[in-house]
Design a protein around this ligand. Structure first.
Ligand code: ARG
Length: 502
C-alpha cells in the first residue's frame, strides 16, 4: 500500500504511477533528503516531540540508508513515487512502523522537496561560480600576454577602431564578473530554510525552525510557510542567471566561429576542440562553439518553460511545481559543461597576431583618430573633421589605398589644405600608437588594461572569498549534523547533544 493510501479504495493505475513519479530527477537529491530527515528528526527529539528512543531508531536507518545506497543495496523504486517516500519507506521498513512511522511528524513532502532542491542547487551554484572564475582567470592571463597585441575592434561586425587582444579578453572577464554576481544573488534567495512550513500552514507541534536552519547550513529561515511552499522564484532566479550567462558565453562562441573562418583567420582553434566532416576531408569545424551558441537557447527554453509553468498558479503546493527540477538540472549541467569546454578551447586556441595587424592596417580603423588629431592640432570642430576624414577615406578607397599608406594620405589631405607629413601621420596613426593614446578610464591603452586586470583580479579574490565561506559553512553544518548523529547513536541524550554542538 502507498504511504498515503488510507483513503483510497483502489490501487493507482499503472499509467498514473508512471506519469507522476519523479525518481530519475529526485535521484540527485538523495544525500540532501537524508541529511534533511536527520536534521528534522534531531529537531523533533530536541523539542520533545519524539522521544530519544524514537530518534535513535530512526537515525540508525537513515545512516544505514546512506551506506546501503552507496553500496547499491538501496535503490529508489518507482512505485514509491519520489525520493522522499523511498527513504521514508526504507526507514519504516527497517525501524518498524512504531518508530519509522514517526519520521514524517510535523513535515510534508511540500517542505521536504524544497529542502532537498535548495540544498542541491546551492551546491551547484557554487560549483558553477568556480568554473566561471576559472574562465575569468584564463581571460586575464591572456590579457597579460596580449596587452599590446593589436586587433580590429568591431561595431556592426565592421572594422571600427583598433583595440588589443588584452582589451578584448578583459571585456570577457568583466562580463563574467556580473554572472558571478547574479549567481551570488540567486544563492542568497536559494539558501533559506523551508523546513517546518509543512504542507502550507505550519504545524501545531512546537517545532524549532532555527535549529534545522543551523543543522542544514541555511543562511536563515524562509519564514512565511505558504509563500515558501508556493514559490519557485528561487529556481527562476537561478535559471535567469544561467540564461544570461549562456547568452554571454554565446557571444564568445560566435566570435570563435567567426574568427576561425578562412575569411577572418584571427584565431586557430586547437584540433582537439574541433570536429571533421564525413565527406569533406579538408574540414575542421568549430562544433563546440556552435553547440554552445545553440545550447544557450536550450537554457533560455528552461527559463521560459518554468515561467510558463508558474504563470497563474494559485497559492499553495500544486503538482505542476514538480516540473521545475527537470529544467533546472538540465540548465545546470549544460552551463557546467559549456564553461569547462570553452575554458579549454580558450586556453588552447592560437592567436594569429600577424593577421590581426594586417586587418587593422587595411580597412580605415584609425579614421577616428585622424579626426581627433585634426580637432586637437588644427583646432577644427569635430563635425567638420569627421567630414574631412570621410572624404579622405572615400578618396583613398577610389585610389585603392588605405590609411596606412601615409604618403598617399598626406597627399589627399593637402587637397583639403591640410599640411601633415607622412612621418607625422605615422607618429599617431600607427594602430599601435592609437591604442596607446586611448588613456581614458576603461580604454585600450596597455596602462589602462593593467588597471582593468588589477581591478578584476581584486574583484575575483573578493568573490572567491565569499564562495569559500559559503562552501565551508555547508561543510561545517554537514559535519556538525553527522557528529550529533553519531553521539546520539552512541547513547547520548538528544536535546543536550544538539544544543551543545550548535
Ligand atoms: N515530487 C514532488 C515535487 O517535486 C514532491 C512534493 C510532492 N508533494 C505532494 N503534495 N504531492 O514537487
Amino acid at each position: 500500500m502507498k504511504l498515503w493510501g488510507g483513503r483510497f479504495s483502489k490501487e493507482t493505475a499503472g499509467t498514473v504511477d508512471q506519469f507522476i513519479e519523479s525518481i530519475e530527477v529526485d535521484e540527485k537529491m538523495i544525500s540532501e533528503d537524508i541529511w534533511g530527515s536527520e536534521a528534522h528528526v534531531l529537531m523533533l527529539g530536541t523539542q520533545g516531540i519524539l522521544t530519544d528512543e524514537d530518534v535513535r531508531n530512526i537515525l540508525i536507518w537513515l545512516e544505514k540508508a546512506k551506506t546501503d545506497y552507496s553500496e547499491g543495496k538501496l535503490q529508489l523504486k518507482r512505485e514509491f513515487e519520489d525520493v522522499h517516500m523511498n527513504i521514508e519507506s526504507y526507514v519504516i521498513n527497517g525501524a518498524g512502523p512504531e518508530f519509522g512511522g514517526k519520521l514524517h511528524t510535523a513535515r510534508s513532502r511540500n517542505d521536504q522537496v524544497l529542502v532537498d532542491s535548495r540544498m542541491y542547487v546551492r551546491k551547484k551554484i557554487l560549483e558553477i561560480q568556480r568554473f566561471i572564475f576559472a574562465l575569468q582567470n584564463s581571460f586575464l592571463e591572456l590579457a597579460k600576454i596580449h596587452k599590446e597585441t593589436v586587433m580590429p575592434g568591431y561595431t556592426h561586425t565592421q572594422h571600427a577602431q583598433p583595440i588589443t587582444v588584452g582589451y578584448w579578453a578583459t571585456a570577457y572577464a568583466s562580463m563574467l564578473s556580473r554572472d558571478v554576481r547574479r549567481l551570488s544573488h540567486a544563492y542568497e534567495i536559494v539558501n533559506l530554510n523551508p523546513l517546518g512550513s509543512c504542507a502550507l500552514a505550519g504545524t501545531s507541534f512546537p517545532t524549532d525552525r532555527e535549529l534545522t536552519t543551523k543543522l542544514l547550513g541555511f543562511d536563515g529561515v524562509h519564514i512565511h510557510s505558504l509563500d515558501v511552499i508556493s514559490s519557485r522564484d528561487f529556481v527562476i532566479e537561478t535559471l535567469s542567471a544561467l540564461a544570461i550567462m549562456m547568452s554571454n558565453l554565446s557571444k564568445l562562441a560566435e566570435e570563435m566561429v567567426l574568427w576561425s573562418t578562412f575569411e577572418f583567420r584571427m584565431i586557430e582553434l586547437d584540433d582537439a576542440y574541433t570536429a571533421g566532416s564525413s565527406i569533406m576531408p579538408q574540414k575542421k569545424n568549430p562544433c563546440v562553439a556552435e553547440l554552445t551558441r545553440a545550447r544557450s537557447g536550450r537554457v533560455y527554453g528552461s527559463l521560459m518553460q518554468l515561467l510558463t509553468i508558474m504563470k497563474g498558479l494559485p497559492m499553495g503546493y500544486n503538482r505542476d511545481l514538480q516540473e521545475d527540477k527537470t529544467l533546472l538540472w538540465d540548465a545546470l549541467e549544460v552551463s557546467r559543461q559549456t564553461l569547462i569546454v570553452l575554458n579549454e578551447m580558450l586556453n588552447t586556441m592560437k592567436i594569429n597576431s600577424g593577421r590581426m595587424l594586417e586587418l587593422v592596417n587595411s580597412n580605415f580603423s584609425t579614421a577616428t583618430e585622424l579626426a581627433n588629431y585634426l580637432v586637437r592640432e588644427k583646432n577644427i570642430p569635430f563635425r567638420r573633421c569627421h567630414e574631412i576624414v570621410g572624404n579622405t577615406v572615400a578618396k583613398l578607397i577610389s585610389l585603392g589605398k588605405n590609411l596606412s599608406d601615409y604618403e598617399e594620405v598626406s597627399k589627399v589631405l593637402k587637397e583639403s589644405d591640410l599640411n601633415i607629413s607622412a612621418k607625422e601621420l605615422e607618429s599617431f596613426l600607427d594602430p599601435v600608437k592609437v591604442v596607446q593614446s586611448n588613456k581614458s578610464l576603461g580604454s585600450t591603452s596597455p596602462a589602462e588594461i593593467e588597471k582593468l586586470i588589477a581591478g578584476l583580479e581584486a574583484d575575483m579574490q573578493e568573490k572567491m572569498g565569499e564562495l569559500d565561506a559559503r562552501e565551508s559553512k555547508i561543510e561545517d553544518a554537514k559535519k556538525t549534523t553527522s557528529e550529533i548523529v553519531s553521539e546520539v547513536l552512541s547513547g547520548k541524550e538528544v536535546a543536550e547533544t544538539v544544543r551543545s554542538n550548535l
